[in-house]
Write a protein that binds this ligand. Structure first.
Ligand SMILES: NC(=O)c1ccc[n+]([C@@H]2O[C@H](COP(=O)([O-])OP(=O)(O)OC[C@H]3O[C@@H](n4cnc5c(N)ncnc54)[C@H](O)[C@@H]3O)[C@@H](O)[C@H]2O)c1
Length: 252
């Protein structure tokens, strides 16, 4: 099965670091997409990785929680790269960790503003372009914290559950225009962001709780996303795909 996304433009948010966004941008570029990466952080390393692979790519500094800026940025991407066919809503704040009563209201507001409303802002901005071309793919990054909950992660988990509701609603609203919206819920992936929280003996304990006894790699997510963005996944929409090494299975 050869995935061919030539002629499409993909937007990947949160692709500055050595995490999932960069791997997604790379995989979609390898499948033939022109790629726009969006972040608030420096994207020069991601850009050199993409350019080294001869992928047509541009970087846009944009805070996805600011809807006016998002609208302007997406318009600029359409002008520069010719479209907005694929959107990977990957950007997220992962830093709020603490028991429920200890997470300040300001942190709750910011998590919701970036993780949930930011994904809605991006989706709203690409929506008319996808409707115009009667084709679109939107991927939302949730988490197993969103599908199952997570102690110490109440605000993060709430936003990650929220994007599932948003994605499923868009899946219904976009269906007749061939716009699909699907959700990836990763387990623990080996990215710098995740590894800052999981250290020492926690690493071993967590690995032992996963049937595959290992954390995922960014490529595991990128491969799933590339498939969901392909024509081979035409009839798949509104689905949550847990990419987690089997960590949600009942093991005894
Ligand atoms: N790594 C994991 O184990 C794991 C597990 C489950 C879900 N996820 C999800 O996968 C995605 C990527 O995770 P990662 O580990 O690569 O994280 P990461 O921190 O490396 O990537 C997130 C990126 O989002 C950017 N960002 C933050 N706020 C932004 C804003 N307002 N506007 C634009 N960009 C902004 C950050 O600068 C960062 O580059 C996230 O949505 C995360 O919730 C990751």
């Amino acid at each position: 099965m050869k995935i061919d996304l030539r002629g499409k433009t993909a937007i990947v948010t949160g692709a500055a670091g050595n995490g999932l966004g960069r791997a997604d941008a790379l995989a979609l570029g390898h499948a033939g997409c022109k790629v726009a990466v969006i972040d608030v952080a420096d994207m020069s390393q991601t850009m050199s990785v993409l350019k080294n692979e001869d992928i047509t790519a541009r970087a846009y500094t944009c805070d996805i929680s600011n809807h006016e800026l998002v609208e302007k940025t997406v318009e600029q991407i359409v002008t520069d790269l010719g479209g907005a066919d694929v959107l990977v809503n990957n950007a997220s704040i992962l830093t709020t960790v603490g028991m429920f009563g200890d997470i300040p209201v300001e942190k709750w507001n910011r998590d919701i503003q970036v993780n949930l409303i930011g994904s809605a802002n991006m989706s709203r901005a690409v929506w008319p372009h996808m409707h115009k071309h009667k084709w679109g793919r939107i991927i939302f990054m949730s988490s197993v914290a969103g599908t199952r909950g997570g102690a110490g992660q109440t605000s993060y988990a709430s936003t990650k559950a929220g994007v599932i509701g948003l994605a499923k609603s868009l899946a219904i609203e976009g269906a007749r225009a061939n716009i699909t919206a699907n959700i990836i819920a990763p387990g623990v992936m080996e990215t710098d962001a995740a590894m800052t929280f999981i250290r020492g003996d926690m690493l071993d304990r967590m690995k032992k709780s996963i049937p595959m006894r290992k954390f995922g790699r960014p490529e595991d997510i990128a491969n799933a996303i590339t498939f969901l963005c392909s024509d081979q996944a035409n009839y798949i929409t509104g689905q949550v795909l847990e990419v987690d090494g089997g960590s949600g299975l009942f093991v005894f």
